[in-house]
Design a protein. Structure first.
Ligand SMILES: N[C@@H](CCC(=O)N[C@@H](CS)C(=O)NCC(=O)O)C(=O)O
Length: 225
């Protein structure tokens, strides 16, 4: 049975999964486009108990949470495309990889995602304008993280070593969105971060994923018709 992905192509978390599939050269999957209103339906809650996207159904195996799905797919398709996760017998490589995943989840994602919420999703969901004080706070938190990333990335090309891994790719959706939301030069003061992030944005896999901004512009244009 074909791998089914429940999500929205341009949504940040779905795009994380689609990027990994592109890196792995997997095209044999079905993207089932969800309406925002369907995420809390009983059918979808059976896939994701928190009612979020994405979730997958891989021949009856149901899994949710974009980062868990990416790790599962990187292992499932270990023998093809870009190697994105250390081999099972590479214990220290695995430790460094999980460390990098943890950096992203605990020091990068919150401020970057919160900028996205304040400056884009809040308005898109009719929850009022961005709170610019909060935006400044999240930007400053993100800069604190980038300063440390710059030191790490001076030592090796990617966060877990000299090979790209999904820990790096995890940064793409919200890092690119923060740039689009008025922080185009966010990474510029940190030369190693700038080089690293630009190299991620230049990957063919990421170029196949449409921007969330393009999606919102399309929705707005449709609503105005
Ligand atoms: N930690 C989750 C976050 C999932 C998430 O927040 N998804 C958003 C789209 S990016 C969503 O489902 N929004 C619709 C909703 O909350 O109903 C992941 O990485 O998959």
């Amino acid at each position: 049975m074909t791998l089914k992905i429940y999500g929205i192509r341009e949504s940040t978390c779905t795009s994380r999964v689609l990027t990994v599939l592109a890196e792995k050269g997997v095209t044999d999957y079905e993207l089932i486009t969800m309406k925002q209103t369907d995420t809390k339906s009983p059918e979808h809650l059976a896939r994701h108990p928190f009612g979020k996207i994405p979730a997958i159904d891989d021949d009856g195996f149901v899994l949710s949470e974009s980062r868990a799905i990416c790790k599962y797919l990187a292992k499932k398709y270990a023998g093809q495309g870009t190697k994105l996760i250390p081999d099972d017998d590479d214990l220290t490589g695995y430790g460094l990889f999980e460390q990098a995943c943890s950096y992203e989840a605990f020091y990068f994602n919150h401020p970057a995602e919160s900028i996205g919420f304040e400056k884009l999703f809040k308005g898109a969901h009719g929850k009022g304008p961005a709170d610019e004080d909060l935006v400044a706070k999240y930007k400053s938190q993100l800069e604190d993280t980038l300063k440390i990333y710059d030191v790490i990335l001076a030592k090796h090309a990617y966060l877990a070593g000299d090979q790209v891994s999904i820990a790096d790719l995890f940064h793409l959706p919200y890092g690119a969105l923060a740039k689009e939301l008025g922080f185009r030069t966010l990474f510029d003061p940190y030369p190693n971060v700038k080089r690293w992030f630009e190299s991620l944005e230049a990957r063919e896999s990421w170029k196949t994923v449409p921007s969330v901004m393009a999606f919102l512009a399309r929705m707005k244009a449709q609503a105005a018709k």
